[in-house]
Design a binder for this molecule. Structure first.
Ligand SMILES: *Cc1c(COP(=O)(O)O)cnc(C)c1O
Length: 387
């Protein structure tokens, strides 16, 4: 169905941060399939583990034990500092699990209408509950009635959330992205998550962080909340976890990790041997190849290089980033830059109308960073000339 305004271009092959289209034209991928292919394309270790697992076993069922799922759960909990994992197949599904945990947490305390605080400008997915949680009217339009039990606050404003908590005894959880991705790479002040953490502790709410885009090394830490030394009660992740193999996870800690019981949630495909073996290899490779520090230093280099040319550019409002999650905010709508970049064989996207978003693979080298920065500067110049 017509769910995407697709570019008329088809890729048939990839290698590292490079893609080739049907005509053999080579492109620099600074988007990683929207924060998915952190290890780049056709990574030999990933290709190998998929082939090996596929010839051993693809699927049994969650009614039996799955060794690779148990190993992945252990590893994911170790790197995230969470206690238990539920596996599913996408980000939206991971958030659905989180929302169900919040409802269980609220109902357990006999809250009348368990209500989750969510943020303006947020993105949490396309299912009915997650599109309701999403802070974008366009995502809602035409899909009413929306799901009950959500209340909205501005992002990066813990005072408003404190007010809501004080006045609304139905609140049972806060769901927020530690850095807004689709919303335009908005990085909150560095005490925001701590402030939310203490509000949750004070009011017995679940702090639920959507790390679907920010997780798995994207920001230079395993998870973005680690930048603020804050642990949530519930954390969701997906995108980079499988490097292209569909997998999502809802992680929980403490009492929140004990809310589900047999029968309260499930998934046929979630946590299957193939997806879990792949994700386990993704986590192993991030560690073995020191990709957290590469994402940190290369992300910083990209921001610094962009700033050298664009910081004082008349069209540029702000350049910001955290690891390999970078936004260049222009002073006007700039969706046309996507096509200008495509002409230069560079893949980027524009989010929230006026923010060029770069999500290069975590493996990107210094030379490749320079290429991305130079091409972006050319694109902004071209864009200005065509205004
Ligand atoms: C992509 C994304 C989702 C939705 O993930 P899907 O796999 O597309 O369902 C949810 N939250 C955030 C922050 C995302 O970036």
């Amino acid at each position: 169905m017509s769910t995407y305004a697709r570019k008329d271009i088809t890729f048939t092959k990839g290698q590292g941060i490079w893609l080739w289209d049907e005509n053999g034209e080579k492109y620099l991928d600074a988007l990683s399939g929207i924060a998915v292919c952190g290890l780049g394309h056709a990574h030999p270790k990933i290709a190998n583990v998929i082939a090996k697992q596929a010839s051993a076993l693809l699927h049994t069922s969650n009614i039996y034990r799955i060794r690779t799922q148990e190993q992945l759960g252990d590893r994911l909990c170790a790197v995230s500092n969470m206690d238990r994992a539920f596996f599913c197949n996408s980000g939206a599904e991971a958030n659905e699990a989180a929302i169900k945990l919040a409802r269980l947490h609220g109902n357990k305390q006999s809250i009348k209408i368990p209500t989750i605080i969510v943020c303006e400008n947020s993105f949490h997915g396309r299912t009915m509950a997650t599109l309701t949680a999403t802070g974008n009217r366009k995502a809602h339009a035409g899909f009413e009635p929306l799901v009950a039990g959500f209340i909205r606050a501005p992002f990066n404003d813990s005072e408003t959330i404190a007010e809501i908590c004080k006045n609304n005894s139905n609140v049972c959880a806060i769901l927020v992205e530690p850095i807004q991705g689709e919303g335009g790479i908005h990085i909150p002040n560095n005490t925001y998550l701590q402030e939310l953490r203490s509000l949750c502790d004070q009011h017995n709410l679940l702090l639920m962080l959507d790390e679907i885009q920010t997780g798995n090394g994207r920001t230079g830490k395993w998870f973005a909340c680690h930048h603020q030394q804050v642990l949530p009660d519930v954390m969701t992740t997906a995108k980079g976890l499988g490097n292209g193999m569909p997998i999502g996870a809802c992680l929980a800690r403490g009492a929140a990790a004990e809310l589900f019981a047999p029968g309260s949630h499930g998934s046929t495909f979630g946590g299957n041997p193939l997806a879990c073996a792949t994700a386990l290899q993704v986590l192993t490779t991030i560690k073995e190849d020191d990709l957290l520090s590469n994402a940190t230093s290369m992300g910083q280099l990209l921001v610094d290089t962009l700033k050298q040319t664009l910081a004082d550019h008349p069209l540029v409002k702000d350049i910001r980033g955290c690891g390999m999650m970078i936004g260049i905010e222009l002073k006007m709508p700039c969706t046309k830059i996507v096509n200008l970049a495509l002409e230069k064989k560079l893949l980027v996207n524009v989010t929230a109308n006026n923010i060029i978003r770069l999500l290069p693979p975590l493996i990107t080298s210094q030379d490749e960073i320079t290429m991305i920065a130079n091409l972006i500067c050319e694109c902004v110049e071209d864009f200005q000339q065509r205004l």
